[in-house]
Design a protein around this ligand. Structure first.
Ligand SMILES: C[S@@+](CC[C@H](N)C(=O)[O-])C[C@H]1O[C@@H](n2cnc3c(N)ncnc32)[C@H](O)[C@@H]1O
Length: 320
């Protein structure tokens, strides 16, 4: 008789490893201290961040981010107003517009044990959802410095993988990582996830977002979800890595706290989105929560092969 050995996901994961040569390095105290500081002394934390930001290598470029425009685009991306309203993650500037935001994000991801910034974890779950498909084109919305985007490019080496984000410094940092790692099938562009009209309808085999929906007001996160559905080919799977809904009074209290504290200023608006229900309302098929672990959730759904989601939504509205 064989005994089935239970291997936890933690065991399956390999360490993130050393950052590539030339990556700006974090030289401060452990991130747990940073988080503690941001919880109890947010103002002090902001001052400290500002000083540290200045010490980090800058990822500066043209003010309109024209260096990050996709080929053939004639207009720089438009920023939605909310992007300038509130700083997120206790960063000193709104919307990741500081030229040192990218490097900061990079070093944070190398230090933190945050579940879905670990390439092995992301890879594991993408494989669970997408199996052994061979996509030709994939998009990662709100790619940041490319945590998910690089995994997609590795998983599907023959696929053109596009990451879009609104933070120029994140994108410049991501491009530099791509250069350092010699990844050729990855492209990073400056674009609002709520308006990807540069890309035609149904032009991607894989559409994914990672942790952006909770960083915007509900009216915009709804626009992003609809844009994701528009971009997906009929019959293809779409994935959302994001925060789970608050499922207990304690959890809700914690979300209210982080919203009030300012590290996730849009958290309560995100809860209003009710992502999974919204996907069902929009007419997506096989809506399922693939995994929930702490502050992480992966949701997958299929765009109907025949009926466009917008039609389903229109029908729903007419029926009510
Ligand atoms: C928490 S980070 C996640 C980054 C990356 N996906 C990851 O998992 O590490 C959220 C990202 O969303 C981006 N973002 C916020 N609003 C956006 C929008 N409307 N369009 C595109 N990106 C946006 C921010 O600039 C930031 O890089």
């Amino acid at each position: 008789m064989t005994t089935k050995q239970k291997v936890s996901l933690e065991e399956k994961m390999t360490p993130v490893g050393k950052p590539p040569e030339g990556t700006p390095q974090y030289a401060g105290p452990p991130m747990t201290f940073e988080l503690w500081l941001s919880k109890y002394f947010p103002t002090l934390q902001r001052i400290k961040q500002r000083i540290k930001f200045r010490l980090l290598e800058q990822m500066d470029g043209p003010f309109d981010a024209s260096d990050l425009m996709p080929p053939g685009a004639t207009q720089p991306a438009k920023y939605p107003a909310y992007f300038f309203m509130k700083p997120v993650h206790t960063f000193p500037t709104p919307g990741g517009l500081d030229p040192a935001f990218g490097p900061y994000h990079g070093e944070f991801q190398q230090r933190t044990t945050f579940y879905f910034t670990k390439p092995e974890t992301i890879k594991y779950w993408l494989q669970q959802v997408y199996g052994d498909i061979k996509p030709q084109r994939a998009i990662d919305l709100g790619c940041g410095i490319g945590a998910t985007t690089f995994v997609m490019a590795e998983l599907w080496p023959d696929c053109e993988v596009i990451g879009i984000d609104l933070s120029p410094s994140n994108l410049r940092y991501a491009r530099r990582l791509a250069e350092q790692r010699g990844v050729k099938n990855i492209f990073f562009y400056h674009m609002d996830a709520g308006d990807c009209s540069y890309f035609p309808d149904a032009s991607f085999d894989v559409v994914n977002e990672s942790y952006i929906l909770h960083e915007m007001p509900t009216y915009h996160s709804r626009a992003v979800v609809k844009e994701m559905i528009r971009l997906a080919k009929p019959g293809s799977i779409i994935t959302w890595f994001d925060w789970p809904p608050a499922e207990s009074p304690g959890d809700l209290a914690r979300r209210e706290e982080i919203a009030k504290r300012g590290s996730e200023p849009f958290m309560l608006q995100y809860l209003d989105l009710r992502l999974e229900q919204y996907l069902v309302e929009l007419g997506l098929e096989d809506v399922r929560r693939v995994v929930r672990a702490g502050a992480n959730m992966l949701v997958a759904a299929r765009k109907p092969a025949h009926q466009p989601a917008e039609t389903a939504e229109r029908e729903l509205v007419t029926a009510s």
